[in-house]
Ligand binder design. Structure first.
Ligand code: 13P
Length: 251
């Protein structure tokens, strides 16, 4: 039985004051859900969001970290800084980081290891471009990403991770993957995890779908066997996020 995860990745949205206003408006509604809920604000809003959610079961994540322990890396944030601030999870390898900030699977692998070392729950993102999908190579692409991103990560550590399948063509476009398309790739990810580890480990790892998820389409997506929740962008900035949080799922 995998507990469904609903995580709001705010990306580069919400000033600390806007975050305060929004959290105050939705706080009661997102607390006490059957699903495990994460709010993932920009770094600068994290302390405020953590203090506002202190008396709830909602967890706070970060959108990135650096793979070095500490030192002369101007502009970067370390795993230790995140855990010290009370952060519990971290998004790693989002397609926007891969595309705009040249993060490759080697960097992502190092970040994954650093997050695990510090007890942060990684939310590892993978996803193919429209071009790759149209060439019929989506599954192959994702399997390669998973293999490289988990390189050198042992079974027990892999079990601490959450994976998010986010097809790039569905992010922020309003063009959601059909629940069958999303399920097909999430099943392939689980198959790959079975090969890398074993069936029991693969069955224990939560796999989310992300890309234009909203209150209207989340129930159908979350009901799929291999989809264990959602990584939500745009809809995570709106009051409708509370409806997504409350969406039940038997798997
Ligand atoms: P949207 O829900 O805005 O498509 O974004 C998805 C996403 O990238 C979450 O990380």
């Amino acid at each position: 039985m995998r507990r469904t995860v609903v995580a709001a990745n705010w990306k580069m949205n919400m000033t600390p004051s806007q975050a305060e206003e929004f959290i105050n408006a939705i706080k009661t509604d997102i607390n006490g859900a059957d699903n495990e809920v994460f709010i993932i604000p920009p770094f600068i809003a994290i302390p405020k969001v953590i203090s506002l959610l202190e008396d709830t079961d909602v967890k706070v994540g970060a959108q990135n970290l650096y793979f070095e322990e500490k030192g002369a890396f101007t502009g970067e944030i370390s795993a230790e800084m995140l855990t010290d601030a009370g952060v519990e999870a971290v998004v790693i390898g989002h397609s926007e980081r891969r595309e705009y900030f040249s993060e490759d699977d080697e960097i992502i692998n190092k970040k994954l290891k650093k997050a695990i070392e510090h007890g942060l729950t990684p939310i590892l993102c993978c996803g193919e471009s429209l071009e790759t999908r149209e060439e019929g190579k989506a599954a192959e692409w994702i399997e390669r990403q998973i293999t490289q991103d988990f390189d050198g990560i042992g079974r027990e550590d892999a079990l601490k991770c959450i994976i998010a399948y986010e097809p790039i063509w569905a992010i922020g476009t309003g063009k959601v993957a059909t629940s069958d398309q999303a399920e097909e790739i999430c099943a392939k990810i689980r198959e790959k995890l079975t090969q890398l580890y074993d069936q029991e480990a693969a069955d224990g790892i939560r796999i989310l779908y992300g890309g234009s998820v909203n209150a209207g389409n989340c129930a159908e997506l979350f009901a799929k066997d291999n989809i264990d929740g959602g990584l939500i962008g745009g809809a995570g900035l709106k009051p409708e996020f509370t409806d997504i949080v409350k969406t039940g799922s038997p798997n």
